[in-house]
Structures are given as C-alpha cells and as structure tokens.
Design a protein around this ligand. Structure first.
Ligand code: AMP
Length: 525
C-alpha cells in the first residue's frame, strides 16, 4: 500500500477508480452535493485534499470517530477489482464510502489518492528495500543487494517482506524463477562506437541486431504459453499466433525466452518500425484481423529458464547456444536473433551496417561470460545506435486547445525522470494527427489521458505520469521555464510506448550527457 497498490505490480487486478467515481463517493461520505465537491476540486486541484478538507468540516459538526484499520482498507479495496456487471458502480461507491465515513481528514486524503492511483508520497521500491534491510539486518548494504535480487525475480514486495521479516536472508535464496510469474527484463547501457563496445564487453563477444520492436518475455509450460511485456503486463491474449509458434517450434517442456517482437510488411516482408505495430499491444478486440494486418516476427535472443531449471546464473554463451539448439527458426514467425560472434572490428562494423540497412536500430554487443541480471541496466550488454535525437518521455500535463481543437488537449507537457521525481522538459503539439484514421490523434490521446487527470485549472491539466511517448527533437537547450532546467527544441511526437513504463524513460543524467555531447560537437565540428 505504500506504493499505492493492493497487489503486486504485474497483477492485473487494479483499484481503478476514476476521479468521477471518487467525487461521487466523497460527496456521499461527507453529505455534500457533487457540484460542491467538483468546485473544491477546481480550487484545490487535488481530490485527496478535497476529501481532507470536507472531512474536517464534517467532523467538526458531527464529532464522531471511528477506527480505520489497514486490514479493513485492504479488504474493501481488494473487493473493487472483482466487481462486475450490473450495479457495479453502486457497489464500488458503497465500499469506498464505508471507508471514507470512518476516516480522519488525513486518512481521507491518502485514501482518496490511493483510490485514484495518485498517492505521491515519494516512496519507491528502492525505499522499501532499504527500509527492510535497515529494519531486519545489521549488514544493511549487502543484504539490501540480496533483497533487490529477490525482488527482481519475484516482483512481489509483500512476498519478499514475509521472508525478510524473519531476520534471515537465507530464505531469499529460495525465491525461484517461476513459470507464469513475470521476471524483469535485463536492460542495456549505451556505447557510442563498436570500438568502445569491444572495450567494455571484451573480445570476442556476441553482436546481434537491435530490433526496433517491443520486448516480449515468453513463458512456456507444456502447451501453456504466457507472454509478458517489459512492464510485466500479460499480453497473451493479444498475440495468439505467438503462442502457436512457441508450441510448434520450441522444443522444451518448460522455458522462459527473452525476445523482441518486430513488425513486418505482409507483402514486401520488410521490417517496419515499432510505431506501426504498437496498437497490437493494448488491443482487446479484432485480434485476428490485426494479426493478419500487422504481422510480427519473434526474435529470440535469450533464455532464462529451461526444463525446470533457472539459467540466470549460466553464461550468455551457453544460453545463446541453447536457443539455437531448441528453437527451430522459421522466418516471419520465430527466429534466433541475427548474431555473429567475433573479435574482429571490421566484421563487427559490417554487421552493424547490415543491421541499419535492414531497417533495424543498430546492434547489441554482449559479453559471452555474463549472467542474466533481471531488472538491471548492465554494462555487459550494450546498445549501439547511430546518433539519433530521440527520447522516451512521460506525459505529465497538458493544455486544452482552441477553435476546432477545443475539447481536445492539443499540447502535452513532457517530463524526464530524476530518481523518483518527474521533471518537465518541454511541450509537444506536433506529430499528432487531426483524424483518428491517420495515426495517433489529439482526440485519441486526450481520451487516454483523461482518466489520469489529477488537477484542472482553466485550460491546464496535470496528468499522472503513466503514458510514455517517443519524441524526436532538434536540440536540447538550457531553460529556466521547465523544472528539469532543460527544454527540447522542436519536439515531435513519433509513437506511443504502451510497452514501457515511467521508470523506463530518459533520465535527467542522460539528458545532461546528451546536452554535453551536443556542445562538444559544436566545438569540433
Ligand atoms: P533501449 O530500449 O534503447 O534501452 O534498448 C534496449 C531494448 O532493445 C531491449 O529492451 C529490447 O527490447 C530491444 N532489443 C532489440 N534487439 C535486441 C537484442 N538482440 N538483444 C537485446 N535486446 C534487444
């Protein structure tokens, strides 16, 4: 609950209460009409604060007090996602109102923020990890690392807490990779050149295409296949053909495969950029039609589990050999990622050029002796791309348009990340389409962000940092206007990234680095 969640992140059961529903519940709990609550919201800008203020006023007049326990809150909140069908809204309001009527003003504040998914108390997984280490162990630093390792495997803080509270880390070793439970993907650091890449990962190393698609981690147990994105979202239903390929072409009783799903043109068979297939990730209807129109190829580049055994501690060389042994390559369905193993810089450069010609982003260079570190951005796997000016950023605000764009948000505030904070770095209003059929439209994005609005003032809104977008830009400038201290010149929206979460976006450190590089380029070139 400190993270604002009632189940582990990967669990599909979410609290999912909209601001509108919360307003109704507050209105009922404090006995004030809805319009008045909305009015308060407009002036205070935070529904939690509205609940706090109105509860305070009410308490003064009625002077009743109840005791609200964590158990009771958890009990009611966990009933919310299970509700379905007729009368759901009323039942939800009843569950929430029951809690709000017993809440003290400050409890109402945090309760409402939890309900609408906007807790904002500055606590991250790392805070909880450090607190657990501090509470239960002497050798905090070392134990914190072990705890993190277990968290990356299990992705379930409550389960880890149950082990850690006994005061021994030995139990953490028992946290096993399990088929069906998502593992966090290992992430790559950047290198500028092939030469720099070799220096970091050693010679020889594996060099692979860096495909421009989206990450899919595939779990197989017999004929049962489950697919997770890098956000640990279960997307099995969206990709029935992938389950089919795995059943047919992967020779294993059980396995966890790490892969990139890449779109290709069904006529020319040329690879297509990520944005052309991104809609498949979230789509819940017309799955077959979409599968036909936007086919994907699975490029397997790692294996984390095989026939009952975790391979996280095996060397990459062994893992990549195993892939070739157990997966039958069928182009345009499932293949081993294109790879060479070499110590020759010329060969590596040629391979890099070929990857770019094949319309991929670049290459990955991988140390052959490295283990798989779930959830870490490691220095033994590097990505190399041509100098491109693009960032993944998160939408944190917006402004409603005028004229024919009134009713839509027509300019979106973008933020980068600095540890657990989001800092503004610019506004984007280009790259969107006027009409839905042409691509991502203002209307579509407005609909997407609406449930995430936490504050409204005039035309300006604040938006919960959930929606990740890719943008290109011409230059990074220093700027006092935005909280990051930087602004992007001519930002242009290129794609929605439903496969990525706010923790995956560009960091302030990366932006500073790129800003520095820019300056150097001006000086010398
Ligand atoms: P980036 O998203 O720029 O941090 O680059 C890392 C991403 O590249 C991974 O998360 C994968 O989704 C993707 N990728 C594409 N091809 C490969 C590959 N051969 N090995 C590892 N990751 C890959």
């Amino acid at each position: 609950m400190l993270l604002g969640n009632i189940y582990p992140d990967y669990d599909e059961r979410k609290i999912g209460i909209s601001s509108q529903l919360a307003i109704k519940a507050i209105s009922k709990a404090v006995g004030i009409n809805k319009e008045k609550v909305v009015q308060e919201w407009k002036s205070l800008g935070d529904l939690g604060k509205v609940a706090e203020k109105l509860t305070k006023n009410k308490k003064q007049s009625t002077l009743q007090s109840h005791i609200l326990t964590t158990e009771k809150i958890l009990e009611n909140l966990r009933k919310l996602p299970a509700l379905e069908g007729k009368g759901t809204v009323d039942k939800k309001i009843a569950l929430i109102t029951e809690l709000l009527t017993s809440a003290s003003p400050v409890e109402a504040l945090y309760l409402v923020r939890t309900l609408i998914g906007d807790l904002r108390i500055g606590i991250q997984v790392s805070t909880i990890r450090e607190s657990m280490a501090h509470a239960f162990f002497k050798n905090e630093k070392e134990e914190a690392q072990k705890i993190q390792g277990a968290i990356d495997k299990a992705n379930d803080l409550a389960a880890i807490f149950d082990i850690v509270k006994k005061g021994k880390t030995s139990g953490l070793g028992k946290v096993k990779v399990e088929i069906g439970k998502p593992i966090k993907a290992m992430l790559a650091q950047k290198a500028k050149t092939i030469k720099e890449g070799f220096e970091a990962v050693g010679k020889p190393c594996a060099i692979e295409y860096k495909y421009d698609g989206f990450r899919l981690i595939i779990h197989k147990k017999g004929n049962n296949i489950i697919l997770f994105t890098r956000r640990l979202e279960n997307v099995t239903k969206q990709f029935p053909e992938v389950a089919d390929y795995i059943r047919k072409y992967v020779n294993a009783d059980s396995a966890i495969l790490d892969s990139e799903a890449v779109g290709f043109d069904k006529k020319t068979k040329e690879y297509k950029p990520f944005q052309s297939i991104s809609q498949r990730i979230k789509r819940k209807y017309d799955i077959e039609k979409l599968q036909e129109e936007l086919p994907i190829e699975i490029n397997v580049f790692d294996i984390l589990y095989y026939n009952g055994k975790s391979l996280l501690d095996e060397h990459f060389k062994k893992r990549t050999e195993l892939i070739k042994k157990i997966i039958e390559s069928h182009p345009y369905k499932i293949i081993h990622s294109k790879q060479i193993i070499t110590d020759d810089e010329k060969k590596a450069e040629d391979f890099y050029k070929k990857a770019l010609k094949d319309r991929q982003e670049g290459v990955m260079m991988k140390n052959l002796d490295a283990v798989y570190n779930p959830g870490s951005r490691v220095g033994h796997m590097l990505k190399i791309k041509p100098e491109e000016r693009d960032f993944d950023l998160v939408i944190t605000g917006g402004e409603y348009g005028k004229g024919k764009r009134s009713g839509w948000i027509s300019s979106f505030i973008l933020s980068c990340r600095d540890k657990d904070k989001f800092l503004e770095i610019g506004k984007v209003g280009t790259g969107f389409k006027e009409k839905k059929e042409e691509g991502v439209s203002f209307e579509e994005l407005t609909e997407k962000v609406k449930p995430l609005i936490t504050e409204e003032k005039g035309k300006n809104v604040k938006i919960k940092p959930k929606i990740v977008v890719s943008v290109t830009y011409q230059e990074i400038q220093k700027s006092p206007t935005y909280s990051s201290g930087f602004a992007l010149r001519f930002p242009r929206f290129t794609a929605l990234r439903p496969d990525r979460s706010a923790s995956d976006i560009a960091t302030l450190t990366e932006i500073k680095k790129d800003f520095g590089k820019q300056k150097r380029n001006w000086k010398y070139g």
